[in-house]
Design a protein around this ligand. Structure first.
Ligand code: FAD
Length: 474
């Protein structure tokens, strides 16, 4: 792939699977020609740092709201080649976070956020139609399933919360029999979340990149911002942008920046992908395109693709240290092997079929599980998607574009904007504590799957985040 070569990334074989840094979705989407880096000084109405979904949706929304606005995006690598181009492609609302939203903000504000998050699911579909982007957008409810007895009913709090706020239609409890008609993998029971979809994430990211370029946004790639001062002025190795407003959309790298060091933690998630197996999908009866996740804390998430593959992810990767990039966040052999084994355990029909690709990437884990948007003077920011950023970054783009243009409305009043700050512990405590807790969660999930119980130390570690008022990573 041309973009791999441009960045000197080799593809390597891992237990029979091919791993490229950018994952299979970007290979399928095809190579893109990198835009020139920024050289010299320039000015703009708005400078956006980071060309993932959040930065690109913000640029796109800015041009919709203010077609004449001069918008510059500075991207360290290639736009859309971070997690935005290689995630699981689940397009989800924030309804699953309703209990947390209520606890943090009260019922009315919680419902306003959850309803607003539906804009992302619908808006991405509309964007693909209007801009002729073939991102494999497919609307289908998400299934949360129990694979062990202890997972059964783990959704009760959510179901009760939806009932109490008058949003009963958002969720539906399903019996094991009902589930087996959607995907016959022996699930014991589950929950259907009504409003969701799947996409081919790289096709969406690159389609968005093209739309933004066509709208007249100036995109500079291979242009890492080394300093963002309140002016705002964005300084890069070879240039500088003075702007009326700046937007920070740097994903998991945000906590590397002064002022944001305690804002989020970094964990990793990995995906393995099968060869096309349309016969297996047919035999499972999994033909409705439903994205599925189990009810573990470090969840397994899986879906089908338009060309008949199964993509299977596991959020059990390691913690990052601060915002430091690390190969282990991009490719962790242990995590990949575990994900492959778990895939085969769940779908024995896949035994003997090729698992062709594996890749991973960093996740920006917010202390509350909820994304955070806000402003510090004329520098606006968004981060903390915690593994659910595909649709919420669309809403984030709408919010940040408004903040950058100083247009206040119901979206900029949502409780996700400038919430009371909750912080992560400092390093090295965050990394050490986070790693110990993640290992404990893996032990607990494994014991649960084997029908056993865990030791008191594991149980105590699993309870630490709650005692600190933090939400568990996923
Ligand atoms: C394996 C995996 C599976 C996932 N599955 C799902 C899923 O199924 N559904 C879902 O909703 N979410 C999922 N996610 C999360 C989702 O991908 C992210 O939440 C989303 O992509 C966040 O977009 P972003 O624009 O904030 O960040 P990113 O995509 O990380 O973009 C940030 C960009 O900023 C650039 N950047 C960083 N620092 C600088 C700098 N100093 N100067 C210039 N540019 C800079 C980076 O190069 C990058 O391109 C998954 C993530 C991973 C890793």
């Amino acid at each position: 792939m041309a973009s791999d070569a441009a960045f000197g990334v080799r593809s390597i074989a891992v237990a029979g699977m091919r791993h490229t840094r950018y994952g299979w979705w970007l290979e399928d989407a095809g190579p893109v020609e990198a835009r020139a880096p920024l050289e010299g000084e320039t000015s703009a109405d708005v400078v956006i740092v980071g060309g993932g979904y959040l930065g690109l949706w913000t640029a796109w929304q800015l041009k919709r709201l203010e077609p004449e606005a001069d918008v510059v995006v500075l991207e360290a690598g290639l736009a859309g080649h971070g997690p935005s181009g290689r995630n699981g492609g689940f397009v989800s609302t924030l309804w699953a976070d309703l209990p947390t939203l209520r606890e943090r903000f009260g019922d009315a504000s919680a419902v306003a956020v959850a309803r607003a998050s539906e804009r992302g699911v619908r808006g991405i579909g509309t964007f693909c139609v209007e801009h002729d982007v073939d991102a494999w957008y497919r609307a289908a409810p998400t299934l949360r399933v129990a694979t062990t007895d202890t997972q059964l009913g783990s959704w009760n709090e959510l179901v009760t919360a939806c009932g109490e706020v008058g949003a009963r239609d958002e969720v539906r409890v399903l019996s094991g029999d009902e589930l087996s008609r959607r995907c016959a993998a022996g699930f014991l029971g589950g929950l259907e979340l009504a409003t969701s979809a799947t996409v081919q994430p790289a096709r969406l990211a690159l389609g968005l990149r093209s739309a933004v370029l066509s709208a007249g946004v100036r995109l500079y790639e291979r242009t890492a911002v080394t300093r963002l001062s309140p002016g705002p002025v964005a300084t890069t190795v070879a240039g500088r942008v003075r702007a009326g407003a700046a937007v920070l959309a740097t994903g998991s790298r945000t906590s590397g920046l002064a002022g944001f060091r305690l804002a989020h933690a970094v964990a990793s998630s990995h995906i393995v992908l099968t060869e096309p197996v349309p016969d297996v999908i047919e035999a499972l009866g999994w033909t409705g395109g439903e994205p599925i996740a189990d009810a573990r804390t470090l969840l397994h998430y899986f879906r089908t693709t338009r060309d008949g593959r199964i993509a299977f992810g596991w959020a059990g990767g390691r913690m990052g240290f601060g915002a430091r990039p690390s190969r282990r966040l991009e490719l962790d052999l242990m995590v990949v092997r575990a994900a492959r084994d778990q895939l085969l355990r769940l779908f024995p029909l896949l035994r003997g079929r090729a698992i062709t690709h594996a890749w991973g990437g960093p996740i920006d884990v917010s202390p509350t599980h909820l994304p955070i948007f806000g402003s510090r003077g004329r520098v606006h920011h968004g981060f903390g998607f915690t593994g659910n950023g595909v649709a919420p970054s669309y809403l984030g783009g709408e919010i940040l574009a408004r903040l950058a243009l100083d247009r206040r409305d119901e979206l900029t009043s949502l409780a996700l904007v400038d919430p009371d700050r909750k912080l992560m512990p400092p390093e090295p405590l965050r990394w050490m504590g986070g790693a110990a807790i993640r290992r404990a969660l893996i032990r607990r999930d494994a014991a649960d799957a084997a029908g056993g119980s865990t030791d008191p130390v594991t149980r105590a570690l699993v309870g630490v985040p709650r005692r600190l008022g933090l939400h568990l990573p996923r």
